[in-house]
Design a protein around this ligand. Sequence first.
Ligand code: PRT
Ligand code: ZN
Length: 288
Amino acid sequence: MAKKITIAIQRKGRLFESSKELLIKSGINFSTSGGKLLARSSNMNIDILLVRDDDIPSLVSKGVADLGIVGKNVLAEQAANSRKISAKSVLNLGFSKCRLAFAKPLTSKIKSLNNKVIATSYPGLVKKFLKKESINAELIKINGSVELTPYIGIADCICDLVSSGATLEANNLTEFKILMDSEAVLISSSSLKNLKDKTIIDLVRRFEGVINAAESKYVMLNASTNSVNKICKLLPGADSPTIIPLQEKNKVAIHALCSEPVFWETMEKLKSNGASSILVMPVEKILN
Ligand code: PRT
Ligand code: ZN
């Protein structure tokens, strides 16, 4: 029997739904009903630990969990604060995208961060950034409602996560510098190339297959033989399209797996270059 694998995911919060969906699409059946902290897969030798996102990097670093799903921002902040965090990001998962950014009041005349007071929940990353840029500033660590600190007069600016920008806007703040871009990542105790356990490697490949499929589309269209080259060049991220002769003379069907999004504009361009009957279909899984 294959070794038991343990995967740590967030119990509730912004990462939970997409993490659960990724595991299920990767073929791991499990139920999280009833506020469970541990879910056993019904079809694979896998345990899923349901925990706070902040605990995931250390659970993986200590080997309690083989894999974990967490924001790149949380992993980077904890790694900046402690040598004990050895977990590595092995796959970008493409969801919960956001950025860690500096923001100041709309009315502020701040030109540089030098000698300023910065409020943040990410002191490790901000300190590292300030050191790299040789900036001398004071940090205030705040765990929540960071956006309020300039208004109540305890900070000149903030460094916090931003996704739509609506929270900054609602608090009369404006973003002026991005410290890092973030998204959910799959983490493991060693880097991808050093992973040794075959069951874990296969699982990472499955996750990769689901993530790649989410962006990919299968495109089928008809075209005249003399427009094949032009049309193939327009297919976004298509590797080597299949060309199939049609019953009608000088006409072919082109089938292609496109690894990039196929927008209406692309379809319109294909049509104006001689393509007809253009079908764009979702792809469920890819195994390369
Ligand atoms: O309870 P637990 O500790 O597990 O969860 P948590 O409350 O610490 O984290 P949670 O669920 O809020 O966020 C988990 C992860 O989601 C973060 O670590 C990020 O990687 C990612 N993420 C993506 C975000 C956002 N987008 C986000 N917008 N995390 C927080 N925000 C907050 C931000 O702090 C700010 O207050 O949303 C506000 C800004 O959003 P916009 O859309 O108004 O710009
Ligand atoms: Zn948290």
